[in-house]
Design a protein. Structure first.
Length: 303
């Protein structure tokens, strides 16, 4: 009998791709949705409403695995005090709700797998390569990811195997990060942001979905894993590579940091700062990245 995987955030960029991968590998998929969706032979939709602290309990009780992807976009809006609260709560409230149902119903899972972010290492730029033992930074991104992962540990207290996938920037065709920046680059107005020296840890959507699949299948996987390539991509290199693929060299001056700070406020640090991140742990667990060359990866996303 096919195992059931419940997704939070299943209708988003990563969730849609992951759903296809799971179905192609013989899993049944359940998705928590705020709106009414039509079920298919392989996907069952259940209602949830975080504002009302409501999740259809049947979704939890049917699940063999839960993958938690839900969370409002970090760089979608300015980081007002209210926005910061929303960014954190959108990540931890679903976990608290799921934990309470699992505990009340004495329900067991084969694994609980949660997204996290390389932002846990902080909004700083240095030559240090961060691995999973690097302490969480004491800034907004670091503290948000730290609380996110700490809440996941509540599920572990129920005897469930947990895996935390610390994700970099996800690259995919017509979606995610590239969808936001391609229009300006395609029209010839691509530019380097700030100093351009900030590192930009990235991963192709196909590799990310395969990491989630491995986290399901590999019972030895536990706790945190970085999900991004270990390379030296900076904002400058990324921008120049993308511009070259559109047939030109960047001619605009670098966008000054103070301009971005004025336009974006505190949120600008998510763009102006970035650490190098190691993928050694996931590779030692037996995972092989299919996309490690930036230019070839971008070509695959553009074609």
């Amino acid at each position: 009998m096919s195992k059931n995987v419940l997704l939070t955030g299943g209708t988003g960029f990563v969730g849609k791709h992951l759903t296809d991968v799971l179905i192609n590998n013989g899993f049944l998929v359940s998705v928590l949705s705020r709106s009414d969706q039509k079920n298919t032979p392989s996907i069952t939709y259940y209602k949830w409403d975080l504002n009302k602290n409501f999740i259809d309990e049947e979704a939890i009780l049917k699940a063999d695995y839960i993958i938690h992807l839900a969370g409002e976009g970090i760089v979608e809006k300015r980081w007002t005090k209210k926005r910061k609260i929303a960014l954190l709560e959108s990540r931890i409230k679903p976990i608290d709700l799921i934990h309470s149902i699992l505990k009340e119903k004495n329900k067991t899972l084969d694994a609980f797998i949660s997204a996290s972010g390389v932002g846990i290492y902080g909004a700083i730029t240095s030559h240090k390569i961060c691995d999973e033992t690097t302490p969480a930074a004491d800034d907004f991104l670091g503290n948000t990811c730290k609380e996110w992962e700490k809440t996941v540990d509540k599920i572990a207290s129920l005897g469930v195997r947990i895996v935390k996938i610390r994700t970099g920037i996800v690259l995919g065709k017509d979606e995610g990060f590239l969808k936001k920046i391609i229009p300006s680059f395609k029209s010839g107005f691509g530019a380097v942001l700030g100093t351009g020296k900030q590192y930009l840890p990235w991963i192709h959507i196909d590799d990310l979905c395969q990491i989630y699949l491995k986290a399901i299948l590999d019972e030895q996987m536990q706790d945190a894993y970085n999900a991004c390539t270990t390379d030296t991509t900076t904002n400058s290199r990324f921008s120049k590579t993308l511009a070259n693929l559109f047939g030109y060299s960047i001619w605009l001056p670098k966008v000054p940091s103070f301009i971005l700070k004025i336009a974006l406020g505190e949120m600008s640090i998510a763009i102006l700062k970035g650490q190098r991140v190691s993928s050694e742990k996931i590779q030692k667990a037996g995972f092989e990245f299919q996309f490690t060359d930036l230019e070839k990866t971008l070509v695959s996303c553009l074609n």
